[in-house]
Design a protein around this ligand. Structure first.
Ligand code: UT7
Length: 328
């Protein structure tokens, strides 16, 4: 059995910070409401002239540097995003060109907040099958450009950023013990971008007037309950697949959608909150990029110790959910 490892991680957060107090200035909301309902105090906003591939480029270069590899060594780039530079070509192709990964093939994965786990799953399976050797798994989003800044129940949640990992067959680095992904298309209408695809005329005066190009959350409090169950189930699945229980796990790095979802998940799993890595207060929800950003942060700030058992888990629009167990 091949040993698949994450040999480098990287992330990039834009410098510009938008606090809840900044949002108070143009929206009928308060810092108090946002913080107590979501756990978010501030989020990052991409530079005006930056596209998702620009954020991903910096995160990827940092991951390659940590891994000690060059752009030419990468033979596959999988970009998880719901905010690609363009829908055609894939966002991954713009990234490939910017990184000068001339020996790589590249494509996008669309799985909303679970995107990084879907991309990691693919990388793991392709390397195990012998199809690829060094895979750049990257997730990046500019969510602040696709939210409707007039929809107060959802726009306050999102932020921008990118995270990356280099995955390869290796005796070193964090071992990928297993990956698990799931979808439920019947729930797709709860978090979606209704316009921009073949269902409607991609862009028209009418679609723009109706705001169909914005991310839409329908009955967000219902998806809250589903999220708690799926998150907890995904964590348990990752542990059980490797003969462990959740109490054997040293750290859970979950997608960060709402602190109350994570508190409810911790309660359901019967784990203390200090076993759950948090970035929500400072970055909000960066969809697919949240998990790899948190992973990179935990790797670099010393939270992750050698041999730690780490669960990555996510739930998001689609519906999608997934997990992975790593031995650090
Ligand atoms: O990535 C996973 C995908 N899913 C999600 O991330 C969604 C998860 N859901 C959530 O995070 C929460 O449901 C929200 C944060 C979106 C909303 O929190 P909530 O506790 O479910 O609030 P609510 O929608 O039930 O609204 C409660 C009240 C309402 O007022 P009334 O009807 O009680 O008078 C809203 O109008 O809060 C009001 N409200 C706001 N007030 C101030 C909604 N948004 C705001 C706001 N500021 N931004």
């Amino acid at each position: 059995m091949k040993k698949i490892g994450i040999i480098g991680t990287g992330s990039y957060l834009p410098e510009k910070i938008m606090t809840n107090f900044d949002i108070e200035k143009f929206l009928d909301t308060t810092d108090e409401w946002i913080y107590t309902r979501t756990g978010i105090k501030e989020r990052r906003v991409a530079e005006k002239d930056a596209a998702t591939s620009d954020l991903c480029k910096i995160a990827s270069e940092r991951a390659m540097k940590m891994a000690g590899i060059k752009a030419a060594d990468v033979d596959l780039i999988i970009l998880a995003t719901i905010t690609p530079d363009t829908h055609c070509p894939a966002g991954a192709n713009w990234l490939e060109a910017k990184l000068k990964c001339d020996n790589a093939v590249s494509f996008d994965v669309t799985a909303a907040c679970s995107g990084f786990l879907f991309a990691l799953h693919l990388a793991d399976k392709l390397i195990r099958a012998g199809a690829n050797k060094k895979v750049l798994v990257v997730a990046g989003e500019i969510m602040t450009r696709v939210v409707n800044w007039k929809e107060r129940e959802s726009c306050i949640l999102w932020g921008d950023g990118a995270g990356a990992a280099i995955v390869t067959e290796s005796q070193n680095g964090a071992e990928v013990l297993s990956t698990h992904i799931h979808t439920d298309g019947a729930g797709g209408d709860t978090l979606l971008m209704p316009g921009g695809g073949s269902k409607t005329t991609p862009i028209s005066y009418e679609s723009v007037d109706k705001g169909l190009h914005f991310l839409k959350m329908i009955e967000a409090n219902k998806s809250f309950k589903v999220a708690v169950n799926r998150f907890a189930g995904a964590c348990e699945e990752a542990a059980a697949a490797n003969g462990y229980t959740i109490s054997d796990v040293d750290l859970i790095i979950p997608h960060q959608a709402n602190i109350r979802i994570l508190q409810a998940m911790a309660k359901k799993l019967d784990v203390p909150m200090d076993k759950i890595y948090m970035t929500i207060e400072k970055y909000g929800n960066i969809s697919s990029a949240t998990v790899p950003i948190a992973l990179d942060e935990a790797a670099r700030n010393g939270t992750l110790k050698k041999d730690n058992l780490v669960v990555l888990s996510a739930f998001g629009g689609g519906l999608t959910w997934g997990s992975s167990l790593l031995r650090w």
